[in-house]
Design a protein around this ligand. Structure first.
Ligand SMILES: Cc1cc2nc3c(=O)[nH]c(=O)nc-3n(C[C@H](O)[C@H](O)[C@H](O)COP(=O)(O)O)c2cc1C
Length: 412
């Protein structure tokens, strides 16, 4: 051992610093989140992986953590309350077994292309709407859209809480498909304005998110580094780069306050239904009765989602809610699914339980935050490849083969 190394190891303040660092890592939310799922705990990441070395969605997560401020990280990573529903979203996938194919098939034989609501998909995987993507990386929403389009023309839903307005995102990529997510405004004139803007850029399919009515993620807003109630993540690379104008803002109190969005009613939805001339989907459905009401009120499709555990703590995982909703809807409208998707096997399980397509929330965000647009594209392609691999192992050559005969779910 050289002198310098010996001095370094025996210096008590260094030892203390190291011990503290280890404690920090062990107690960090990254470690907590990864402990559920990641086969490579944070402590094993000796250095930042390059894009070429990324093999699974989990590889992106520590890079995301390293790239952005704690504020930005916390905003994305956490869930409502005790985060029981956030954790359960992941755990539920472990409660579904995949039955091996009799026989398995070659990957080259698998073709998972399908059509849903006029959308031709090579893989039944799309991008969920998620907010403030410039904070993750300067490539932001345009980078995510570019990535999605490059990854076998994956459809992207643009969040209403974007940092690059739809008028800039939509024309930035040729040949892509962009749907507009929207949080309805109590004031119908404002709602009409939004719909007009969507129409003006060819975003004719609108997804209205109806969860997060009374609570919005209070844990982060109050307990973490988020600047208090109604604050928005700031200080990431994107913020420094100067994010584009935010959408017409609801005030903090209206968005996150005690009253939240409890003014949502079916009458309000009916008014929105008349305004949207194209397809209208409802996102945030977790109950079969709500799914049926959605259809009665003219929804063209639904998204089964608990908002990635950010909407209501102690609710079931989205995966557990899915089978009953699929049974109630009985094929009348397509069902999209999200919350907790991190692996191709997760996609497979949700599809087998009856979803027509799955949506990526954090998985795509991690890719974007780690490597910008190229990372987001890689994240999507990893999931596409893993899904094909899982389908092959389960003996499925086409999407309709992925059905409940290929799994065994134990949600008891
Ligand atoms: C940081 C973050 C921001 C989000 N912003 C929105 C949003 O603006 N609109 C929306 O409908 N859903 C939003 N979602 C929810 C996602 O659309 C999706 O339901 C959720 O991320 C799925 O869970 P997963 O992240 O575990 O995949 C957001 C999710 C996250 C993590």
């Amino acid at each position: 051992m050289g002198d310098i190394e010996r001095a370094w190891l025996t210096n008590p303040s260094r030892r203390k610093a190291l011990a503290r660092m280890a404690g920090l890592v062990a107690g960090s939310p990254v470690a907590a989140a990864m402990a559920q799922i990641d086969p490579h705990p944070l402590g094993e990441h000796r250095r930042a992986l390059s894009l070429a070395e990324i093999q699974t969605i989990f590889d992106f997560e520590p890079l995301f953590f390293g790239n952005v401020s704690r504020t930005i990280y916390d905003y994305s990573a956490h869930g409502d309350g005790t985060e029981w529903s956030l954790r359960r979203n992941r755990q539920a996938f472990d409660w579904v077994d995949i039955i091996p194919g009799r026989p398995a098939v070659a990957v080259s034989q698998v073709d998972l292309s399908s059509e849903m609501l006029g959308l031709k998909m090579k893989f039944p995987i799309v991008i969920a709407p998620s907010s403030l993507q410039v904070n993750l990386h300067p490539d932001g929403e345009i980078g995510m859209y570019r990535a999605a389009t490059a990854a076998s023309n994956t459809m992207m839903m643009l969040s209403a809480n974007n940092q690059t307005p739809v008028t800039q995102v939509a024309p930035a990529v040729t040949g892509g498909t962009l749907w507009a997510q929207y949080y309805a405004h109590e004031d119908l004139a404002t709602t009409q304005q939004w719909v007009n803007t969507f129409n003006s850029v060819g975003c004719d399919t609108v997804v209205v998110t109806v969860d997060q009515q009374a609570a919005y993620y209070p844990r982060t807003l109050h307990d973490r580094n988020f600047g208090g109630r109604g604050g928005r993540g700031a200080g990431g690379r994107g913020a420094a780069a100067g994010a584009a104008a935010a959408p017409p803002a609801l005030t903090g109190a209206a968005r996150y306050g005690v009253n939240g969005r409890i003014w949502y009613t079916w009458q309000h939805f009916d008014a929105l239904r008349k305004m949207v001339k194209g397809q209208l989907l409802i996102k945030g459905i977790m109950d079969p009765e709500d799914a049926l009401l959605s259809i009665q009120h003219g929804a063209d499709g639904i998204v089964v989602s608990n908002h990635g555990g950010r909407s209501m703590d102690f609710g079931p995982s989205s995966l557990e809610a899915l089978p009953e909703i699929v049974a109630a809807v009985n094929g009348r409208v397509p069902i999209l699914f999200d919350s907790g998707i991190r692996r191709g096997a997760d996609c497979f399980k949700a599809l087998a339980l009856g979803a027509n397509a799955v949506c990526l929330g954090r998985a795509a965000r991690w890719g974007l935050a780690a490597f910008g647009s190229a990372g987001a594209q890689r994240a999507m392609e990893i999931l596409q490849q893993e899904l094909v691999q899982t389908a092959a192992t389960a003996g499925c050559t086409k999407l309709s083969d992925i059905n409940k005969t290929k799994i065994r779910a134990d949600f008891a």
